[in-house]
Design a protein around this ligand. Structure first.
Ligand code: AP5
Ligand code: MG
Length: 216
């Protein structure tokens, strides 16, 4: 199965794709996690990535397309793309890349969350320094304070989770990424889910949809 998940910052893309990847044995390919892992080295490209990410703007299309294409080559058994594509240009390039190999995306999950919920979610998010799993201090807290449940590593607060940067990311989502709803609607792939409820209830709705695809 090849899936895409998209939605505004803080919609729960990382949270849901972690659960989905476990349930369906897919590789989770998160563009944001990959870029964050690259941004701290001492290279020109790392400095460029850091500049874009920390200010809440997109990295250049060609850069992210090349990174994601390399990652996708390594997982033939199926994946869920979290954070890519993020605009219609990237979506078209992805379609072309898959077409060359005779492949296609099976479903596109769009998480919808109102802007007012996003700031509350992101300002209390904590992320594992090692495995990138995400927690929320109130809604999804780690068992031990500031430690990841899976590997015990320290949790940290992302540099782009400051209120002014969150607002910038939301603005860019509406202009650049939201048009993907129409793009994938035209291909009959889009499945929108209300992402404002409980984490497990959202997954139950997604699971029902993915199981119905498997039966087709
Ligand atoms: P990226 O890392 O993808 O950031 P984002 O899109 O802003 O999304 P987030 O990771 O902030 O949120 P999420 O939807 O994953 O939510 P999460 O599950 O963590 O990208 C970062 C940057 O990289 C971009 O700004 C850009 O610079 C660059 N980039 C990446 N891809 C790119 C591309 N294709 N092209 C160009 N540039 C690119 O959940 C958030 C919080 O809420 C957590 O604390 C979680 O525990 C909690 N939570 C989740 N679900 C629920 C729920 N249902 N109820 C209550 N709390 C919940
Ligand atoms: Mg994420």
């Amino acid at each position: 199965m090849k899936l895409i998940i998209f939605g505004p910052p803080g919609a729960g893309k990382g949270t849901q794709s972690e659960i989905i990847s476990k349930e369906y044995k897919l590789t989770q390919i998160s563009s944001g996690d990959i870029l964050r892992a690259k941004k701290n080295s001492d290279t020109q490209i790392a400095k460029l990535i850091k500049f874009y990410i920390d200010s809440g703007s997109f990295v250049p299309d060609d850069l992210i397309i090349s990174i994601m294409s390399d990652e996708m080559k390594q997982c033939d058994d199926g994946y869920i793309l979290d954070g890519f594509p993020r605009n219609t240009y990237q979506a078209k390039v992805l379609d072309e890349m898959l077409e060359v190999k005779g492949e296609k995306i099976d479903s596109v999950l769009c998480l919808r969350v109102p802007d007012e919920i996003i700031v509350a979610r992101l300002s209390a998010r904590r992320t594992c320094t090692v495995c990138s799993r995400v927690y929320h201090l109130e809604y999804n807290p780690p068992k031990k304070e500031n430690k990841c449940d899976y590997d015990g590593a320290e949790l940290y607060q992302r540099a782009d989770d400051k209120e002014e940067t969150i607002l910038e990311r939301i603005k860019i989502y509406h202009t650049e990424t939201q048009p993907l709803i129409d793009y994938y609607q035209e291909n009959n792939l889009n499945y929108c889910v209300d992402g404002s409820g409980d984490i497990n209830e959202i997954f139950t709705i997604i699971k029902r949809h993915l199981n119905s695809l498997a039966l087709e």
